[in-house]
Design a protein around this ligand. Structure first.
Ligand code: ZN
Ligand code: ZN
Length: 154
């Protein structure tokens, strides 16, 4: 399992390999030491049951999607179709625009799910079984506040 932890102090993204079961990681940006505590299921890539960074047990699932890639596809499609539109080829222009949106949907649909910790925003990627529910804004509000108080950001 591949984990991207968020530094509680400066929010830097810190990649962690779960199999190594390191006791702690140090933030490369601000130098803060972040203690880790591994559950057997996380270390063995079976399930995400307890967050190694904040010890939270509340997670949600989201698509592992980079919005910049999706936007680039649509922007390029729009530019190409604008050229055809300029030359009076409306049908081709609309087809290209539709194709760009379609490609976007395919890319989006084939993406795997990533599990995210509500409290510390750590991301978990691997072959483990997805069990977390989808995102809930109310849960996020409550748990983020609790975590930020705990690490002293509020
Ligand atoms: Zn940091
Ligand atoms: Zn966490």
């Amino acid at each position: 399992m591949q984990i991207v932890a968020r530094c509680p102090k400066c929010d830097a993204a810190l990649p962690v390999e779960a199999g190594a079961r390191a006791d702690a990681i140090r933030c490369g940006r601000c130098g803060r030491e972040i203690p880790l505590s591994w559950s057997d299921d996380v270390a063995a890539d079976r399930a995400v049951d307890r967050c190694p960074i904040c010890a939270g047990t509340d997670f949600y699932i989201r698509k592992d999607f980079d919005p910049k890639v999706g936007l680039a596809v649509v922007v390029v499609g729009a530019l190409v179709s604008a050229v055809f539109y300029w030359f009076g080829r409306d049908l081709i222009a609309y087809s290209i625009l539709a194709a760009a949106v379609f490609v976007d949907l395919i890319v989006y649909g084939r993406l795997t799910d990533v599990t995210v910790c509500y409290r510390c925003h750590a991301e978990f990627r691997g072959a483990y079984r997805r069990t977390a529910p989808s995102f809930d804004l109310h849960t996020a509000d409550v748990l983020e506040l609790e975590y930020e108080r705990r690490v002293g950001r509020r």
